[in-house]
Design a protein. Structure first.
Length: 596
């Protein structure tokens, strides 16, 4: 006799195995596509803030440095992101200062984010969840977050943010299922830990508690007291992290002094509306993406300047009024998009606003809402139209993803060199003073001052109150022999920002070139008093002191020569110049006379 249970068991297992195989295949396809489109970025160098955060970050070389990363509130960029810097520290122990390893980790983290987003959306019952995650993985607007090593903070914090959502949904399901109390406590504890990690990687994740309440409202249509109470600890963590970051950002703003390009409250409110539409456009049509955009212009006295902000409010109001007819999903997606953008819209001042009001990396979190809405809505529509419509939908979806992948591959190639990255921005937005300055500074570093000068002059003309262009322009002028103009530029840079060590160090170098050794030594000493390990300053000061020692010795000023020799001896020891140390020791023993 045939036992129905005996027949059904194996068939059920086979079906389950096929489902698991499909999930694994879909995950592998998503991860492989993500890896392929970012291949051009793998061998890219350290660029921009990577130098400060990684290649010149002395904390990465020792256990004491790791301890300082956690113990000191101000990191290399003045912000407390210890988990991000810990990831750099670990990699530094593994592969040193080879950029490839850091790039690969960023790509892996981005792929994991796409996979986790897929599973979170599946758990929330979103149709087309895989396509939403694939769009997130392959959209070119995210290249900045993935190909730029400094934006490890973006991809790492998002991983923990999505892990928080996953754990929260396991602790407090929104689909009617209720876990046992012990399981719920475990998952909820994991959510709190994961959210703490997200904040320690990047503070912008502080939006998540409000986002969780938004998810609960979307699925249930209401919020209960327990729902609000469940995110109270997360809100508390957000407030602490937000205050720390705000204090640090205000310190950075004060540090640039007269160079700060602040805006009034009305101007910031009007601009926020413009930026929402700017970012929406980049999601729909990701053309002319750039590493540095121009600063926006807005005149709050003109009523037209308020139309974008009013349009944002009008759209959200319309979605609220239509929620019963069209569902709550469009409003939830819109609120997530605007809410996740809120910390970056300039309503609260932060340091990056001196360069630009917008950046592609600011879309990393907000984009999830629109991707889920479009993928889910499209999947629901084609599913209701039968098998033929589903096949057409699959083909069209594949074409869209392929187009995004091709665009991301092309965008990744821009990150192959620092010069190509900034040249691309200048070509698209020549009115961006930040892009012009960045390209000029890269060319100065490549010892191509004649090519750098036009870009630096353009930057200074576009924004004369920011010291960077003057400092680099002074350096370029010095390299081509335009000494008087170089000195004028250094004076201008230090007038705008007295703490500009780059300007002061290159002023010292220029003064040394023209034989003003006393003045050069004074400037270089000021640099080293602020940063003892400043690149090149110790070697330059050592060379200048050697000239001064020789001059004092020839003039019979032995005591002064010995005092300078003692100072030079410390520098020689710090720089590992053993031969110079021996020579200076002999000079000091001889009482300021050259050894016979």
């Amino acid at each position: 006799m045939n036992d129905p249970r005996g027949v059904a068991g194996p068939v059920g297992r086979k079906g389950l195995d096929r489902d698991r195989l499909k999930v694994v295949a879909a995950a592998a396809l998503l991860a492989a596509a993500c890896a392929i489109v970012y291949l051009p970025a793998v061998d890219g160098p350290f660029v921009s803030d990577d130098l400060q955060n990684v290649s010149r970050n002395e904390r990465l070389g020792s256990v004491d440095g790791l301890r300082a990363t956690w113990a000191e509130i101000r990191g290399p960029q003045g912000l407390y992101y210890p988990l991000t810097y810990t990831s750099y520290w670990i990699e530094h122990q593994l592969w040193g200062l080879h950029p490839r390893g850091y790039h690969v980790v960023n790509i892996v983290l981005h792929a994991l984010n796409a996979l986790l987003l897929w599973r979170v959306l599946r758990r929330l019952g979103v149709q087309g969840a895989w396509f939403a995650a694939a769009a997130f993985a392959l959209h070119p607007v995210h290249v900045e977050s993935v190909a730029w090593i400094t934006e490890r903070r973006n991809v790492l914090s998002t991983l923990f943010l999505l892990a928080t959502v996953w754990a929260y949904l396991r602790a407090r399901p929104v689909d009617g299922r209720a876990p046992t109390s012990k399981i719920a406590v475990g998952w909820y504890s994991l959510a709190v830990v994961a959210f703490s990690a997200a904040l320690l990687a990047k503070t912008v994740t502080m939006i998540l508690p409000a986002g969780i309440l938004l998810l609960v409202w979307w699925k249930k249509g209401r919020l209960s007291g327990p729902d609000v109470a469940s995110v109270a600890p997360l809100f508390a963590l957000s407030v602490v992290a937000g205050l720390l970051t705000w204090v640090a950002e205000q310190g950075l703003v004060r540090g640039v002094g007269v160079a700060w390009l602040g805006r009034g409250l009305e101007e910031r409110l009007a601009l926020a509306g413009q930026l929402v539409w700017f970012y929406a456009e980049k999601l729909v049509w990701p053309a002319n993406l750039a590493f540095v955009y121009p600063r926006s212009t807005v005149d709050p006295a003109r009523w037209l300047s308020w139309l974008p902000a009013l349009a944002v409010l009008a759209v959200l109001a319309a979605l609220w009024l239509l929620r019963k007819r069209g569902g709550r999903a469009p409003l939830a997606a819109g609120l997530w998009f605007v809410g996740a953008l809120l910390p970056t819209l300039g309503l609260v001042e932060f340091f990056y606003l001196i360069y630009s009001d917008a950046a592609d990396r600011f879309l990393y979190l907000p984009s999830m809402g629109p991707f889920a809405l479009v993928a889910g809505g499209t999947a629901a529509f084609v599913s209701s139209r039968g098998a033929a419509a589903r096949r057409v939908g699959m083909v069209l979806g594949a074409l869209v993803l392929a187009s995004l992948g091709v665009a991301t591959f092309a965008r990744s190639k821009v990150y192959e060199t620092a010069e190509s990255l900034y040249a691309d921005a200048v070509r698209k937005y020549p009115s961006s003073w930040g892009a012009q300055l960045s390209l000029g500074s890269v060319l100065v570093g490549l010892n191509r001052p004649a090519e750098a000068i036009p870009h630096l002059e353009a930057s200074r003309e576009l924004q004369p109150t920011v010291p960077g262009a003057s400092a680099y322009l002074g350096t370029a002028y010095s390299q081509v022999g335009r000494i008087d103009e170089a000195l004028d530029m250094f004076d201008d840079a230090l007038r705008l920002y007295p703490g500009d060590l780059f300007a002061r160090a290159n002023l010292g170098l220029t003064l040394a070139r023209i034989g003003r050794n006393e003045d050069a030594a004074a400037e270089l000493r000021r640099v080293l008093s602020a940063n003892r390990s400043y690149a090149g300053a110790r070697q330059t000061l050592l060379a200048v002191l050697s000239r001064l020692i020789a001059a004092r010795s020839r003039a019979g000023q032995a005591d002064e020569a010995v005092a300078l020799a003692r100072e030079a001896r410390v520098l020689a020891d710090e720089t590992g110049a053993r031969e110079a140390v021996d020579q200076l020791d002999a000079f000091i023993r001889q009482g300021g006379k050259p050894p016979p």
